[in-house]
Ligand binder design. Structure first.
Ligand SMILES: Nc1ncnc2c1ncn2[C@@H]1O[C@H](COP(=O)(O)OP(=O)(O)OP(=O)(O)O)[C@@H](O)[C@H]1O
Length: 363
């Protein structure tokens, strides 16, 4: 397991007391036949935070969610959710959690409001209280106009909002969101992100699986990458990004003569003769950028375009889960990548660079 060297920044700097853990797993194991899906993983999610579990298809994210929500049993591990032990008090765990995601609880044949009232019944809220909670949640999730229409007529975004609203009827303290924005358009995704932030601001803990790395980057206080049955890295998004070298400034030229003279002056730069571009290792910080610009001035290099690429979670994901070898090489390079951007690690840089082009920032 790779652990970033920098300690995590506390989510709430105002208190130094350790937060109560909403989810705690030690040595979680699960196998299907002779296929080990979770090979002894540890998770610690402080209450009131967003934790994101990332991993390639088939890594075991849904299996982890199913175990932590009591849907299936684990083969081994000490597991606590919402302050209760999963093995000895599954009902208490169920009462403390909400689950939404790939398997929606929405019944298409009835209206949104009826779905909500049904959920209120399941939670044994009285008729009046059920109506009050339903009205409040429909309002909060912008579903008042659609409340009397069959759920089958709802858009994907409306259905997810209804699904979350239904989950909130039981006032869960821990919510598992399994790929909550898959298939949603960008506007609906942003609406969902706003909803998740609001939930967390209200003290709810969110366990999020997602295939969108920008979503984890945007929302998660901590991220764990699951691969080969193990957590191969975990930390804040910033800590994970520091595991991957590959930050650089790219200079593009239109004039081959200018390109050649720049390449001669900047002998440490990586050449791309086809694109007439040079890459200078840089961590993208203001200080390093200034140093690069001074260096270019001194060498009298004038590029037609200058772009800065900093590793993002896609790079991290690719490097850690691309193959065992890639993950291993990235791990060993990681200690130098954050502090010494002047050095480059060829194997990991190749992994990062292959996904880099669409994410460069022109500054
Ligand atoms: N009931 C089952 N019986 C046998 N194998 C299973 C069962 N459920 C899951 N698996 C296998 O366990 C592995 C992990 O599956 P899981 O659905 O947890 O992965 P995931 O990370 O959620 O993937 P995805 O991103 O594709 O949803 C896969 O290889 C899957 O085929």
């Amino acid at each position: 397991m790779t652990t970033p060297t920098t300690p995590a920044t506390p989510a709430t700097p105002t208190t130094s007391a350790p937060r109560e853990l909403a989810i705690a797993a030690t040595g979680l194991r699960k196998a299907y036949g002779d296929k080990t899906v979770l090979d002894g993983i540890d998770l610690a999610v402080p209450a009131g935070t967003v934790f994101s579990l990332l991993g390639p298809n088939g890594a075991g994210k849904t299996t982890a969610v199913q175990i932590l929500t009591t849907l299936i049993g684990a083969d081994a591990g000490e597991l606590r959710v919402g302050g209760h032990d999963l093995a000895s008090a599954p009902d208490a765990v169920r009462a403390a959690i909400g689950v939404t995601g790939q398997f929606s609880a929405v019944d298409n044949l009835i209206t949104g409001e009826e779905n909500m009232l049904l959920m209120a019944d399941l939670h044994h809220l009285g008729r009046r209280e059920g109506r009050r909670v339903t009205a409040e949640l429909l309002e909060r999730f912008d579903l008042v106009e659609a409340a009397r229409k069959p759920a089958s007529t709802y858009s994907g975004g409306m259905r997810r909002r209804l699904d979350i609203a239904m989950t909130l009827v039981g006032e869960p303290r821990v919510i598992f969101l399994d790929e909550p924005t898959t298939g949603l358009d960008p506007r609906s995704r942003h609406t969902m992100w706003g909803i998740i932030r609001e939930l967390v601001a209200g003290g709810v803990t969110v366990f999020l699986t997602t295939q969108y790395l920008d979503e984890a980057d945007e929302l998660a206080d901590r991220i764990a990458v699951l691969h080969g049955g193990r957590i191969v890295a975990q930390g804040t998004a910033e800590e994970l990004k520091r595991l991957v070298p590959g930050g650089h400034v790219r200079l593009r030229f239109t004039d081959p003569v200018a390109y050649e003279s720049a390449a001669a002056a900047l002998r440490d730069a990586v050449r791309d003769d086809g694109a007439l571009s040079l890459q200078i290792p840089s961590n993208g910080s203001q200080r390093e950028l200034r140093a690069v610009l001074d260096w270019l001035d001194a060498a009298e290099v004038e590029a037609d375009e200058l772009t800065v690429h900093t590793p993002d979670l896609d790079d991290v994901f690719f490097a850690l889960t691309g193959s065992t070898t890639a993950a291993d090489s990235t791990t060993s390079d990681s200690t130098t990548s954050g502090s010494n951007a002047g050095s480059t690690a060829p194997a990991a840089r190749t992994a990062a660079d292959s996904t880099a082009d669409s994410k460069e920032t022109v500054r």
